[in-house]
Write a protein that binds this ligand. Structure first.
Ligand SMILES: [Zn+2]
Length: 168
């Protein structure tokens, strides 16, 4: 790419796709290849996030997280561009981070999608350094008896509490 020669086959379209990223990093020095790969992922994640009103609205509502990844030609594996970013949204929060975000309750969904039993409970009893994903395997569903759950932050934790107390 440095000498502007035309490569064969589909390669020109691939090169055109990453050219902006290469241009952006080539003045920065350092490892140009690695920097270009990273910049290309950053560019495409940004593009996807704002691509359509539906996608960007979902990102805003935190229903969707756009995660950068690299498709490695070497072994065909998709590797996330940064550690931890491939985890399901919310699951990688620690209880400390959850409390910092102003949420005190968790929603526990039965891992069996056919059962779909769920409960809303307080997260206060778990210590700060435990991740929400750490406790998923420890739940046993009250309805179907199966072990395993999806644990999410309960953004409505304070509203539910009001309903439980009752207000007349
Ligand atoms: Zn269940």
């Amino acid at each position: 790419m440095k000498d502007n020669t035309q490569p064969p086959g589909h390669i020109p379209s691939l090169v055109a796709g990453i050219a902006p990223a290469v241009k952006a990093v080539s003045s920065q020095g350092g490892d140009i290849l690695n920097n270009a790969i990273r910049q290309n992922v950053i560019d495409n994640v940004a593009k996807l996030k704002s691509a359509t009103p539906i996608l960007s609205a979902a990102v805003e509502d935190k229903k969707l997280e756009v995660v950068g990844g690299n498709y490695r030609l070497k072994d065909g594996k998709v590797v996330p561009s940064c550690k931890g970013s491939s985890k399901r949204l919310g699951a990688s929060y620690t209880f400390a981070e959850m409390r910092e975000s102003g949420v005190r309750g968790i929603l526990v969904y039965c891992a069996d999608y056919q059962c779909s039993h769920s409960i809303a409970i307080s997260g206060d009893s778990w210590p700060d350094d435990v991740r929400l994903s750490d406790i998923e395997a420890r739940f046993i569903c009250e309805a179907c008896g199966k072990r395993g759950a999806d644990v999410r932050r309960d953004f409505n934790w304070d509203k539910k509490r009001v309903r439980v107390i009752g207000y007349r």
